[in-house]
Design a binder for this molecule. Sequence first.
Ligand code: NDP
Length: 498
Amino acid sequence: MSTIQVDNPATGEIVGSVPVLGSEQLSVMAARARAAQPGWLELGFKGRGAIMSRAQKWMLDNAERVIQTVISETGKTYEDAQLTDLGYAVMALGFWAKEAPKYLSDERVPSWNNPAVVGRKLIVRYAPHGLVGVIGPWNFPIVNGFGDCIPAMMAGNVVILKPSEVTPLSSLLMLEMLSECGLPADVMQVATGDGSTGAALIAESDCVMFTGSTRTGRAVMKAAAEKLIPCYLELGGKDPMLVCADADIGRAANAAAYWSMNNAGQVCISVERVYVEAPVYDQFVQLVTANIESLRQGAPDGAGSVDVGAVIFPPQLEIVDAHVKDAVAKGARVLTGGHSKVDGGRFYEPTVVVDVDHTMDLMREETFGPVVPIMKIADIEQGVRLANDSPYGLQASVWTKDTAHGEAIARRLEAGAVCVNDVQVNYQALNLPMGGWKSSGIGSRHGAGGIRKYCKTQSLLITSFGFKREIFMFPYARGRTMLLQRFYKFFYGRGKRG
Ligand code: NDP
């Protein structure tokens, strides 16, 4: 069996190695998972929730180990690992443990308003798919991977998680955590490997939850279609930020700097492009540039040591560099940064680019790095047009002191989530759905839909009384036919004249 070496992108140090599992191993894992599923379902929400709550405590007790494991394979800053990977998982474990029963308990639907079923008990119930294959990317190895396993398991599914080959260690730690917290064997398993492992996992799954690039997402959906299984895709984005002339420019500029540079820009809902109304453009650019120029970059050495971390995935460095070079070749100006830094670790300088337009890859393709392009717009109408001029539709933000105007603009943007005077923090609102439009995905995580998607629905109709003579019964009789006619008139015919 071949193996993959895991390196620390900030130092180049090899920090681990994992096997590449193939279809044979995946078949064995899937069989074990299926054997474990009935017992797991039998535990009920309370039993499953108790394990998640213990895991929540475990994460807090072992926070340093979790953070250091994430840092070791991503080279991100201490704060990026703490705020997102650790913080999200701590929150999600508690949230789904508490909310799953609410979202998934049986629902009674009314029968009184339909003559065909009046008096019957109508119930919708949620039943787990069985085995959910979760495939994750490398940017947030705990959030987008293990984070999706939590609701899937709370719904009564068993899961096999296939982490990115670049960042498998955090997922293995999550498995260790759950085992220590009493998770029965094989309820969650981790299948390390590469793209072929992901493909083998889909072949074994009853449902697929995929987070990654739009390109791979299409392949995943094709494979799921072949099997005719549900498939949910959280894909790439090119999130626009629209700054109105009446915005709090200081706050907007801070946000542009922070939310384009956090996690070194490797965030699906990062600020990937900024449009600023002409009257405040110069001030905004000056503030953003001053902020970004002052950032410290390098290998993290504990809390507060650096502001911007490494580029996690080796080819990403080339993509980021190519986008900046393409923009410069077409007339853009780099105000700060603009170079790769490869000295032991893999970095790209925090970069501000201006004089950009939509002929440039930097404004059209997902850059996924510490680069913020800023474009001057004549008015917000032009901004809305440009924001929507994208194959992606993951997220967007609007900045104005007039929040009603901001909301009106938000409603015109083609994106699955829009913040007014904020960025990214909506991801922490676990009761608010989060998912992409257009090429950014299908389905969503969080909220009721974020757990119901891991279930099949079963509709139950229960008739607990018996008419001697039912309306629906042979032989047809004129009396009953006319009675039904009256029912229809009574239910549907009132007040509908003219
Ligand atoms: P990729 O699409 O390259 O990979 C994602 C996962 O899919 C990896 O585990 C990868 O394995 C696996 N994979 C590759 N080929 C196949 C295949 N044929 N069948 C099944 N699985 C396969 O994405 P990245 O890892 O590069 O992640 C970055 C992308 O993720 C960005 O586009 C980003 O926007 C997006 N993303 C989206 C989020 C969202 O919520 N919308 C959140 C976070 C990231 P391996 O790595 O081993 O090749």
